[in-house]
Write a new protein. Structure first.
Length: 402
């Protein structure tokens, strides 16, 4: 899918409807004497949440990327209970911020009108002149605990979202940030400037059967937090690695994002997330039914997780079409702790920089380990065995620094 089709998939139509019920007749050309302010109905944007659309990198990168074919971990009922849905879910409540700039379009904001919208329609009174409108979804979580924070005080011209540090030590990006950060929840935003609500109704269309004037705007309500699906495939494990501690982290990602521009922040952090281990899983594409697994398929143990992030630093990911447009200096390391059958645990650290850059809007990150080649550690605590796995260009060669 090319950039034009991608934008079309995520384009959302927002309608501003000027209520003209005070007109005496329902003629196609009603008189234009209006109040100094008027009720306007806003229909909230619609979001296309299809990961196949959002993760469509084939056309721009010239590669055959099918995330379902790469995702072997799967997503069962236990995963949904622990981590939520695999992809994005449709929000039902929105935060709306209106900024009135009077007769000057694109002027700096001097005040804000805040509202909460439940459902798809919103009606409010607008003065004649220019308006800027920002909307984003209300956060909803499985446990009712929210990680996202919103800064609306630093600047009236921008709203920033960020998360705070966890209790888990960050192995990278220290000493500035010595601990990892919480992953953000799914966040969508749309921003439109210089919306002209004028007395002459220029740009409005009269709908005679409804006796209303309607102004149509084109806004994009797009994800500004990005999903990474991580998996470590354990070939020939044969019971050597028996468990994980259930946590992992990914470094070099943005600490915040700008809801107005969709641009991620410049501070690089390590993001903490949860993982789960599955045993004896067929190495087949996601969604393959058990009866359709080919004979001779390898069965593996696998550690998987779902990570939500603000993405790569200083990037408007929704405006990028090719990985070679991504300019950054940060490396991305994924680390997790695994336990061996002798009771000793070890910290594994994987360099996944290339995969993260190629999947600048999210996607599958895969590391494959031949456990036969990994010596069983003789002491515990993580630091006794630090396997640094290089994500090499050939995709199948790994170097271990012991």
């Amino acid at each position: 899918m090319n950039k034009r089709l991608f934008r079309r998939a995520f384009a959302a139509l927002t309608f501003f409807i000027l209520n003209s019920s005070f007109f005496i007749s329902c003629s196609p050309e009603p008189p234009l004497y209006l109040y100094d302010a008027q009720e306007i109905e806003m229909e909230m944007p619609v979001i296309d949440l299809n990961l196949d659309v959002f993760w469509d990198y084939e056309t721009d990168l010239g590669i055959d990327y099918n995330w379902r074919a790469e995702w072997y971990y799967g997503w069962d009922d236990t995963d949904r209970e622990l981590f939520g849905e695999l992809g994005y879910t449709m929000p039902t409540v929105f935060n709306l911020r209106r900024y009135y700039t009077a007769s000057t379009p694109y002027a700096p904001h001097t005040g804000v009108i805040a509202s909460t919208v439940e459902g798809n329609n919103y009606t409010e009174r607008y003065n004649w002149g220019y308006w800027d409108i920002l909307t984003w979804n209300q956060i909803s979580t499985l446990d009712g605990v929210q990680s996202l924070n919103f800064d609306e005080q630093t600047s009236l011209d921008s709203v920033f979202a960020y998360t705070n540090q966890t209790m888990h030590v960050a192995r990278y990006n220290a000493p500035r940030f010595t601990h990892s950060f919480y992953a953000p929840e799914p966040l969508f935003s749309a921003y439109e400037q210089a919306i002209d609500v004028n007395r002459n109704l220029d740009g409005f269309t009269f709908i005679p059967e409804r006796n209303i004037w309607m102004k149509e705007l084109h806004m994009q309500l797009c994800p500004i937090t990005y999903i990474y699906l991580t998996q470590v495939i354990l070939h020939h494990n044969n019971g050597r690695i028996t468990a994980i501690d259930g946590s992992a982290s990914l470094s070099g990602l943005a600490r915040s994002t700008n809801l107005n521009t969709g641009c991620s922040g410049s501070d690089a952090i390590t993001v903490h997330y949860d993982t789960r281990m599955k045993r004896n899983i067929p190495l087949v594409a996601f969604g393959t039914r058990a009866k359709d697994v080919p004979a001779g398929t390898e069965y593996i143990d696998i550690v998987g997780g779902r990570l939500m992030t603000f993405g790569i630093c200083n990037l408007k990911a929704n405006d990028v079409t090719r990985a070679d447009e991504v300019k950054e200096s940060h490396h991305h390391y994924m680390d997790m702790t695994m336990q061996f059958n002798n009771g000793m645990d070890s910290t594994f650290v994987f360099d996944v920089t290339r995969q993260v850059r190629d999947r600048f809007r999210g996607g599958v990150i895969t590391v494959e380990l031949d456990v036969d080649t990994i010596p069983i550690p003789t002491r515990s605590g993580g630091s006794g065995f630090n396997a640094v796995v290089q994500d090499t260009e050939d995709g199948g060669t790994y170097e271990f620094d012991m």
